[in-house]
Design a protein around this ligand. Structure first.
Ligand SMILES: [Zn+2]
Length: 124
């Protein structure tokens, strides 16, 4: 069902973990396969300096989380908000089963939610 690249990323994710004293945290879930994705961000001068994730979910969700983090790291918040699930899928090797597309969409939702939380916190 999954391509080699997706499995490889699932087995060796680079961005899995937590950030101590993060600037922002965000969590989203999806009903379809019960994935829960939590994102930690460290932000410096409007850029994502560090990003980590904790995902409880299917292979596609974990692989998508890692691909999303790789795309987001080093980007400005504005650029990061514009990351699409198509880009995430491309980063995952371009081959994700149709019924698992929503897991990559979850990646973009998680990132946007975390950035939103950061902005809300700042504007308090
Ligand atoms: Zn999933």
């Amino acid at each position: 069902m999954y391509s080699k690249k997706v499995i490889e990323r699932f087995e060796n994710p680079k961005f899995v973990g937590e950030i101590k004293n993060p600037d922002a945290v965000g969590e989203v879930g999806n009903m379809k396969c019960g994935d829960v994705m939590k994102i930690y961000l460290k932000i410096e001068k409007g850029k994502i300096k560090n990003i980590k994730f904790k995902t409880y979910g299917c292979i596609a969700a974990i692989s998508a989380s890692d691909a999303m983090c790789e795309l987001a790291k080093g980007k400005t918040l504005k650029q990061a908000e514009k990351i699409t699930h198509e880009e995430i899928i491309e980063k995952m090797g371009g081959d994700v089963p149709q019924i698992k597309i929503h897991c990559s969409v979850l990646g973009t939702r998680a990132l946007r939610k975390t950035i939103e939380n950061y902005k809300n916190e700042k504007n308090k």
